[in-house]
Design a protein around this ligand. Structure first.
Ligand SMILES: *[C@@H]1O[C@H](CO)[C@@H](O)[C@H](O)[C@H]1NC(C)=O
Ligand SMILES: *[C@@H]1O[C@H](CO)[C@@H](O)[C@H](O)[C@H]1NC(C)=O
Ligand SMILES: *[C@@H]1O[C@H](CO)[C@@H](O)[C@H](O)[C@H]1NC(C)=O
Length: 430
């Protein structure tokens, strides 16, 4: 371990020489050199071999190839420029991907393996992964390694990467209750997530202000609880589309239906669900959390969550439960004694951490400002969750993130600037 750590930090010091090193997030092990190869957009191909019982293609990779071809060579200007580039360097004709385990049609899960190795040398341009999810992560890395000379020729340096995530759960939360986010905004966010190697879309669907999830068991929830049942809802078709779009990018969709608090919008469509609050001996006319003393509450929850668990295929469902008064618990000696007895608190708990999330709460955010608020800053969370824990040099991160922000712009993500300066590619945006 000490050896690899030394190797890593030496690379950190030496690596930021040229255009091909601005990877985000930084991989676990990387070795690059000045030696580089040309890539001709005219003839470059992605190829794969998947050990699959049914030899019926692989939608995850077929669609990924289309996306990355567009990302890499999408602009039209290369057609003229590529011909004037250096002719003496070796050309790479294809990236060959080998996926060891069968299966392209399954969903990503907490247990999904995302390891990959990427080898670009005189002999090969090769991506090896046990799973299609690892292949997706490797393709993203490959796309960040390709660079363009001022003459417009595409290059990739001799590179050896061995990569895997530090944590299996790398999430981004969007809040679609405080402000409704249109479907295309959510889909665009999934694309930017994939560029950052995030793998969980934590969908905070409903909350006090609105209930945009269209329930088939309780249609009144949306009819009365959404901002506008004609325009500000997510239909079953919308939800399906989000789940499939995410799957094709190796992203899980973790739905959250926050209870028993944060449920004011539920009360519009289900009478008797919320607890009536009292002022003295009289009901005050306001309502609190879900009413825990009525059988009807449990019957409702049973039916509702049965529906939700069939609509969202992920093994996990988020039940909220937030904004409990922790200060009160902390002040209570009995609670403290209980925590001590159970061993809650600082080192053995660390090993239980499966990851983390960037949470984009929606009080002051809708589709007008979501993207520049989120990117590239959520990328910092993405890197902490993917990269090795020794990758902590802020100067090194700043340079790479500034470069990555420009790459996001080039890809159509309106990420905000980190500081003063400019992007080489900015003219293409206007
Ligand atoms: C890639 O090659 C170019 C051209 O030789 C060089 O300037 C750059 O430093 C190289 N990048 C890395 C990471 O080795
Ligand atoms: C993925 O990489 C990690 C870290 O090296 C390793 O512990 C794990 O066994 C690897 N998994 C597979 C399937 O290669
Ligand atoms: C609530 O359910 C329990 C258990 O099924 C039952 O014993 C009780 O009578 C029910 N209460 C009402 C008011 O229906």
């Amino acid at each position: 371990m000490a050896g690899s750590r030394l190797w890593l930090s030496l690379l950190l010091a030496a690596a930021f020489a040229g255009p091909a090193t601005a990877l985000w997030p930084w991989p676990q092990y990387i070795q690059t050199s000045d030696w580089h190869y040309t890539i001709s957009p005219h003839s470059f191909q992605f190829k794969y071999h998947v050990r699959s019982a049914a030899q019926s293609g692989c939608s995850v990779l077929d669609e990924a190839f289309q996306r990355y071809r567009d990302l890499l060579f999408g602009s039209e200007s290369w057609q003229r420029a590529a011909l004037t580039g250096e002719q003496q360097t070796l050309e790479k004709q294809s990236l060959v991907i080998l996926v060891v385990t069968p299966g392209c049609e399954q969903l990503p899960s907490l247990e999904s393996v995302e390891n990959y190795t990427l080898t670009i040398n005189n002999e090969q341009c090769f991506l090896l992964s046990e799973t299609v999810w690892g292949a997706l992560r490797g393709l993203e890395t490959f796309s960040q390694l390709v660079w363009r000379s001022p003459e417009g020729t595409f290059f990739i340096n001799k590179t050896e990467i061995e990569d895997f995530p530090r944590f299996p759960h790398r999430g981004l939360l969007l809040d679609t209750s405080r402000h409704y986010l249109p479907l295309p905004t959510i889909l665009d966010t999934l694309d930017a997530m994939a560029y950052n190697k995030f793998n969980v879309f934590h969908w905070h669907l409903v909350d006090d202000p609105s209930f945009p999830y269209e329930s088939f068991a309780f249609p009144e929830l949306t009819r009365k609880g959404s901002y506008n049942p004609a325009t500000h809802i997510y239909t079953a078709q919308d939800v399906k589309e989000v789940i499939e779009y995410a799957r094709l990018r190796g992203i899980r969709v973790l739905a959250e239906f926050d209870t028993p608090g944060h449920t004011l919008s539920w009360g519009q469509g289900v009478s008797g669900l919320l607890t009536p609050c009292y002022s003295g001996s009289q009901p005050s006319g306001t309502f609190g959390p879900v009413n825990p003393i009525l059988n009807s509450t449990y019957e409702f929850m049973n039916t509702f969550f049965l529906e939700v668990s069939s609509v969202f295929p992920d093994f996990y469902l988020h039940l909220g439960g937030d904004e409990v008064d922790f200060a009160c618990w902390k002040s209570n000696p009995d609670v403290q004694a209980f925590m001590k007895k159970k061993g809650f608190g600082s080192p053995e708990q660390k090993a239980l951490v499966i990851g983390g999330e960037a949470c984009m709460w929606g009080e002051y955010v809708d589709s007008t400002n979501l993207v520049p608020r989120l990117w590239p800053r959520a990328g910092a969370v993405a890197e902490r969750l993917w990269s090795n824990k020794v990758v902590t040099d802020p100067d090194f991160a700043f340079k790479r993130l500034a470069h990555f922000r420009c790459e996001l712009l080039r890809r159509g993500v309106q990420a905000q600037p980190l500081s003063v300066g400019y992007c080489e590619q900015e003219f293409e945006q206007i």
